[in-house]
Design a protein around this ligand. Structure first.
Ligand code: FES
Length: 299
């Protein structure tokens, strides 16, 4: 890196924050960071303090926490440092699930990301401070960490043993115990879990007295059902720096106007493929603006 108006320590600090970016995204994000830092310096020499200020003030989460972690910065205010540690009532395997999710985050960043995640969980848990596995899953979905972490976390969630089956009982209680209810029940399960978990199918079979072969024939012959945790139609428009500069907002608004409840539209962090920005993700696949426009017309 040859940055003549940067002092040496600033260049070293920059290397550290670049190391905190997933490798696949570095090439694209690096120039954007340089622009943001030099803008912060406002024509003066770039120092470590300028970089730290930019990271603290201009970066969105979770990039901010990750880069603060890489720089060894603490976000805690003096008051926060003396605050009571978070006391949460972990139910079932919820605490273990948090640890499993954190294993996906590189070790050097974990120290900064985990407290943030715990604070978020605490806010969601409210006064009861009771943390269930479902709450942990909702929290990580809302935090929406950047790729490739989110994909890895989804794998962790899909691979965890057992699922919360309380919703199955709730759904079944609204139906009569007749085989004819099978398709309606499956639709509700698909809606609830975004797929048909094996354990849920077993419960449904038992309740409706449906043979195994019939249950799986129905589950596999309707396009609306999935036996794998693939998710329903979720369209995400990348709102990372490169995509933002290429009008990802306009693409988002355009898709929003055309959604007609056919798909869920969300914003996503940089997916590490910024060349053809603005980029979008449809049910886990990536593509550019033309691709996503064509894709959603087929839903
Ligand atoms: S900013 Fe990198 S893919 Fe959108």
């Amino acid at each position: 890196m040859a940055l003549s108006s940067w002092d040496e320590k600033a260049q070293a600090a920059f290397e550290k924050i670049v190391d905190a970016i997933p490798e696949s995204m570095r090439e694209a994000v690096q120039p954007q960071l340089i622009t943001m830092i030099e803008k912060k310096a406002a024509g003066s020499r770039v120092t470590v303090e300028v970089i730290e200020k930019m990271v603290r003030e201009d970066l969105p989460e979770p990039q901010k926490s990750m880069m603060m972690g890489a720089l060894g910065l603490s976000e805690a205010t003096p008051e926060a440092k003396t605050a009571e540690p978070v006391q949460l009532n972990w139910e079932g395997d919820s605490e273990k699930l948090v640890d499993k999710i954190m294993e996906v985050i590189p070790e050097m960043l974990r120290g900064a990301v985990k407290p943030k995640f715990l604070d978020f969980i605490k806010t969601k848990a409210g006064q009861s401070a009771v943390v269930t596995e479902g709450l942990v899953v909702d929290a990580i979905k809302e935090m929406n960490p950047p790729e490739p972490y989110m994909s890895q976390i989804i794998k962790v969630l899909a691979a965890r043993e057992g699922i919360d089956l309380s919703k199955v009982d709730e759904i079944l209680s609204k139906h009569q115990r007749r085989q004819e209810e099978l398709v309606s029940v499956f639709h509700e399960l698909q809606e609830e879990y975004s797929y048909l978990p094996k354990e849920a199918i077993d419960k449904v079979r038992e309740y409706l007295n449906v043979p195994l072969s019939m249950a799986y024939r129905v589950a596999t012959s309707y396009k609306a059902f999935s036996l794998e945790p693939k998710g329903k139609h979720v369209v995400k428009v990348c709102d990372g720096i490169a995509c933002h500069l290429k009008d990802s907002d306009k693409l988002y608004e355009e898709l929003k106007g055309n959604s007609d409840d056919r798909f869920t539209l969300e914003k996503a962090r940089c997916i590490g493929c910024c060349g053809p920005a603005p980029m979008a993700i449809v049910d886990g696949e990536y593509g550019d603006s033309e691709w996503v426009r064509e894709k959603v017309t087929k839903f």
